[in-house]
Design a protein around this ligand. Structure first.
Ligand code: TYD
Ligand code: MG
Length: 452
């Protein structure tokens, strides 16, 4: 018996349901479930005979796919060493963050390396893209340009041109005449992405899909596309900051969690080869409330400054404002400080911020967060030549983590001379840093701020 066709989909997380409800059971979003036309795929009855699928051994020796490097090393790093032929890549990000700029620069770069490259814009007219290219100094790059939203026409064109790379900007503007829904709806986005990914695999054309993400989920998020593609990159950053981070959240052909760092300038995005220096560059005199976290982003150590401000609150429920870190993590650390070390933050507003607009997801940032909070609260500055890292467990113990050596080496390279880290971290003696290993948060508080 055929299963009932689910025809309601959450625009926030992509989960599907057999009936509508006001709140998505999967992700908890409100008003995000919409009806969609059922997919008309699959054999009508399984009695019909299919063809046999050709099978191979695991040992079948195929040379690793040759990768094409763009020459933009921050981009190549995030792709895992270059573009894999016939792969499908999604580049997501807030509108206006710089996706089109990045991909136009990438297209020009790939084209200059001899990779035939097609850029299809569904958002801008060709003249607008050309104007942008001129401003970026890319006008003479051999990129073929098209402005179209009808996917059938685009696929026909791709089939005729057979480029090695096709960039579709953006997937939300594409529409298939066989799907009865507005462009940007979940059904259209999913169907269009499916067609393009299938085309990529069949014809050996790498495709890059641009997808806008909005916080309120008004436009069908690229979430529904994520599982179809090989690689998912997110382009993030704070609008007010010039720094942009390209982050691999999924990559079938390379390490996930790798980041590339760019700076938005008047003439497009420029690469930032040494992000630590950049994220710390605004440091001047040591101030209470700042702690330098020696983190790892992908395969690379990155130093960032964690900043905290603690002030008496006038509100019944004190403020907890976090930028660049998980707010749940802040609550946990505040609770551990109160319950295990005896330092309460009740009645105090807490503001926490990662300098430079980077987003830090590593649990090893805990110690630097706690240090910044304590430093702000006690009004005692942390030595300016110190880096910190270590995960805090609910008992208040500091848990040794990974890549101690790499973190310390990067810190030493940037002129730091001492590090606070969990006891039992595999020694980083080679770095020449003064190591202050501590077993728990109480020991840390006692040593750094002279109180428990
Ligand atoms: P864009 O690539 O159009 O964003 P997206 O495709 O993600 O929507 O980038 C638009 C922003 O980038 C716009 O606010 C202006 C800024 N920008 C620069 O600062 N310098 C430049 O050289 C370019 C092309 C854009
Ligand atoms: Mg754009």
């Amino acid at each position: 018996m055929a299963k009932a066709q689910a025809s309601f989909t959450c625009t926030a997380c992509g989960a599907s349901f057999p009936k509508w409800s006001g709140r998505c059971d999967a992700c908890g979003a409100w008003n995000s479930i919409i009806e969609e036309a059922p997919l008309s795929s699959g054999p009508k009855s399984l009695g019909a005979k299919g063809r046999t699928v050709p099978l191979t051994d695991l040992s079948a020796s195929e040379p690793p796919p040759p990768r094409a490097a763009s020459g933009i090393s921050e981009l190549d790093r995030v792709l895992g060493g270059g573009l894999v032929p016939a792969s499908a890549i999604l580049v997501g990000g807030d509108p206006g963050i710089g996706k089109s700029t990045l991909l136009l620069q990438a297209a020009a770069s790939f084209a200059r390396q001899g990779l035939s490259c097609l850029y299809i814009s569904g958002e801008e007219a060709s003249a607008q893209v050309r104007m942008r290219a001129q401003r970026l100094g890319l006008a003479e790059a051999p990129v073929r340009l098209g402005a179209e939203t009808n996917l059938r026409d685009i696929l026909t064109t791709l089939d005729a041109e057979r480029p090695r790379l096709a960039i579709i900007d953006s997937i939300q503007t594409m529409w298939l005449d066989s799907v009865e829904a507005a462009p940007g709806s979940v059904s259209q986005v999913r169907a269009a992405a499916h067609e393009l990914v299938t085309f990529a695999k069949k014809r050996g054309v790498a495709v890059i899909l641009v997808g806008h993400v909005t916080k309120d989920g008004q436009i069908a998020g690229p979430r529904v596309v994520e599982h179809m593609v090989d690689t998912v990159l997110y382009f993030e950053g704070e609008r007010g900051h010039q720094f942009r981070i390209l982050r691999a959240v999924k990559n079938r052909f390379g390490p996930a969690d790798e980041i590339g760092v760019f700076e938005m300038t008047g003439s497009g995005l420029s690469e930032v080869q040494n992000p630590s220096a950049l994220f710390l560059s605004s440091r001047d005199t040591p101030a209470p409330g700042a702690a330098v976290f020696a983190g790892i982003e992908g395969t690379r150590p990155v130093l960032t400054e964690i900043q905290a401000l603690v002030a008496p609150s006038t509100l019944g429920t004190p403020r907890r404002t976090v930028v660049g870190l998980d707010s749940g993590r802040l609550s946990t650390i505040l609770a551990v400080l109160e319950a295990r070390v005896g330092i309460p933050f009740a009645g105090l507003d807490v503001f926490l911020n990662v300098a430079g607009g980077l987003r830090v997801n590593e649990p090893a940032a805990d110690l630097a967060v706690a240090a910044a909070l304590l430093s702000a609260r006690e009004d005692i500055a942390i030595p300016p030549d110190m880096v910190l890292f270590g995960e805090i467990s609910l008992s208040g113990a500091l848990r040794p983590g990974s890549q101690t050596e790499n973190r310390l080496k990067e810190a030493a390279k940037l002129g730091f001379t001492q590090a606070a880290l969990p006891r039992g971290s595999r020694s980083g003696a080679a770095s020449g840093m003064r190591l202050r290993e501590m077993a728990d948060l109480t020991a840390f508080t006692g040593e750094m701020f002279g109180a428990g």
